[in-house]
Ligand binder design. Structure first.
Ligand SMILES: NC(=O)C1=CN([C@@H]2O[C@H](COP(=O)(O)OP(=O)(O)OC[C@H]3O[C@@H](n4cnc5c(N)ncnc54)[C@H](O)[C@@H]3O)[C@@H](O)[C@H]2O)C=CC1
Ligand SMILES: O=C(O)/C=C/C=C(\O)C(=O)O
Length: 469
């Protein structure tokens, strides 16, 4: 049974719960569930480690980040195997995206923190400069879709900024976090700097409400973000949220159609649509609408189905397929459950699906589905396309497909989204601000934005003696 990692060692406490393989539906491992005592123990361990870790020069902490990156490299295959077993994500994607990003996250934030200049200002006989102090103990609540990528995306900047951390991975995906605990122990990371507790939502809630937790970083659903915000509000804890999306793709008639179709296939179906950045609403200029739809539907039929994370999530996605039909949609392809005739029939698969014909105000077009599915609709003008894209309560990401340089920039700047990709999708530079507007989140992480969130500035102003004339 997987144990918590507290104060540098394993802690076997709390009841056990099973984790299922999404590909077959069978149990892959059992895990301890954190109870109030475990949560308290983890936060106390983090607090005890906090003073020495915060006092360490940033260059030394950056050295620890590089050692953790090396530890990930050494355990690369184990991490990939654990991640694939828990998530059902494609092996190739896990080898090229999820685990390599863990390495990149630690290396990138080590460099950015070590080289970061501080603010300094000179004003009429005074000199002001800013120093940054860590927040203390940070709670990191992680989802299941890209678990290792997202855990390390939060851990690296929090740690290098001098905070100690208690991580709660998703109940569906504890495996890679448990291996990361072994990596921390093998590297000799000071006990209590990283603590990992397992469990469901209530364990996360206990962590967020713990009086000795100073800040919360969360990626996941808007609904849970809202619950965490209510809890954190009681002690006015800083929060950083990356939440859901209902992302739009805009396909203009002056696009490279091959590139737009392939890019949309990627942006809709990657990871079974279980990435917050995936496109769920595609708007296509009317002159190319029929051709685009036919080509997208044909390509969707070639996409290898991927399991959803759980039976409950599969049922949720299927309920949206049913909803689309009941709302009067035309199903261009998919809409059901694939039959393989092998062990995968016990898993949580759904068919890659494209639908059309629904109103913008249908539930299907308003709510995040988080599956391999999109709705396609025509538009007539650039202004209408922008209005349609912005008509969502979410504002995370958008894609624009056009060969018109002026149009690309004009449209991108008018979209109410934290991230806009032009003629591409999901290209990441870790130095850029990452996050969303409206229901998609609060704040931005990435580069100096992460370092800002995980630290508190103090401005120091000194009166200068005037030099002798
Ligand atoms: N990145 C994203 O945009 C994601 C969106 N989702 C969406 O959310 C839906 C529900 O999936 P869930 O796995 O339930 O996502 P969730 O957002 O509820 O879970 C994410 C994490 O939050 C924890 N958590 C749940 N309730 C909590 C609380 N009250 N306080 C503190 N931590 C809490 C969970 O244990 C997990 O570690 C999915 O169907 C999908 O639509 C899910 C995962 C990621
Ligand atoms: O940082 C990335 O590259 C990806 C982030 C993805 C999410 O935050 C998500 O799917 O929730």
């Amino acid at each position: 049974m997987l144990t918590h990692f507290i104060g540098g060692g394993p802690v076997a406490a709390g009841l056990g719960f099973p984790v299922h393989d999404p590909v077959t539906g069978t149990v892959v491992r059992h895990v301890h569930e954190a109870d109030p005592e475990v949560v308290d123990r983890a936060v106390r361990a983090a607090r005890e480690a906090s003073r020495d870790w915060a006092a360490m020069p940033v260059g030394e902490r950056a050295g620890w980040m590089r050692r953790l990156a090396e530890g990930i490299e050494e355990r690369f295959d184990d991490l990939v195997a654990a991640e694939v077993a828990d998530t059902g994500n494609p092996l190739d994607q896990t080898r090229t995206l999820d685990v390599p990003r863990g390495i990149a996250n630690f290396r990138a934030f080590a460099e950015m923190a070590a080289q970061r200049p501080e603010d300094a200002f000179h004003l009429s006989g005074t000199f002001s400069y800013t120093v940054r102090r860590p927040l203390g103990v940070v709670a990191a609540i992680i989802p299941w879709n890209l678990p290792f990528l997202l855990m390390t995306w939060k851990l690296a900047p929090a740690l290098v900024s001098g905070n100690t951390v208690v991580v709660k991975p998703s109940e569906h995906t504890p495996g890679s976090a448990a291996i990361f605990a072994e990596i921390c122990a093998a590297a000799g990371l000071p006990p209590g700097v990283v603590n990992i507790i397992f469990g469901h939502g209530p364990a996360g809630q206990l962590l967020v409400e713990h009086p000795d937790v100073n800040a919360v970083t969360f990626t996941g659903s808007t609904r849970t973000g809202s619950a965490i915000m209510r809890t954190a509000a009681q002690r006015v804890k800083p929060i950083s949220f990356e939440l859901g999306g209902k992302n739009a793709g805009l396909v203009f008639e002056d696009c490279d159609l091959d590139r737009a179709v392939e890019g949309t296939v990627r942006s809709v179906f990657t990871n079974g649509g279980q990435v917050c950045l995936c496109t769920e609403r595609v708007y296509v200029q009317r002159s190319i609408f029929e051709e685009f739809c036919a080509r997208l539907a044909a390509r969707a039929q070639e996409v290898e189905p991927q399991p959803m994370i759980s039976a409950a999530h599969r049922d949720k996605v299927l309920s949206y397929y049913a909803l689309a039909r009941s709302e009067g949609a035309k199903v261009l392809t998919g809409g059901g459950v694939p039959v393989f005739g092998d062990h995968r029939d016990g898993g949580y698969f759904v068919e890659p699906t494209v639908v059309a014909g629904l109103s913008e105000w249908s539930r299907f077009n308003r709510e995040e589905i988080f599956g391999p599915v999109c709705h396609v609709a025509p538009f007539d003008s650039e202004a209408e396309a922008i209005d349609l894209a912005n008509s969502s309560e979410y504002g995370l990401a958008a894609t624009v497909w056009t060969d018109g340089l002026d149009r690309a920039h004009r449209v991108a700047q008018r979209l109410e989204a934290g991230l806009v990709w032009i003629n591409t999708w999901y290209v990441r530079d870790l130095r850029t601000p990452f996050g969303g507007a409206k229901l998609s989140g609060i704040g931005r992480e990435g580069g100096t934005r992460s370092l800002d969130f995980y630290s508190e500035p103090t401005t120091i102003t000194i009166k200068l003696e005037q030099p002798d004339a």
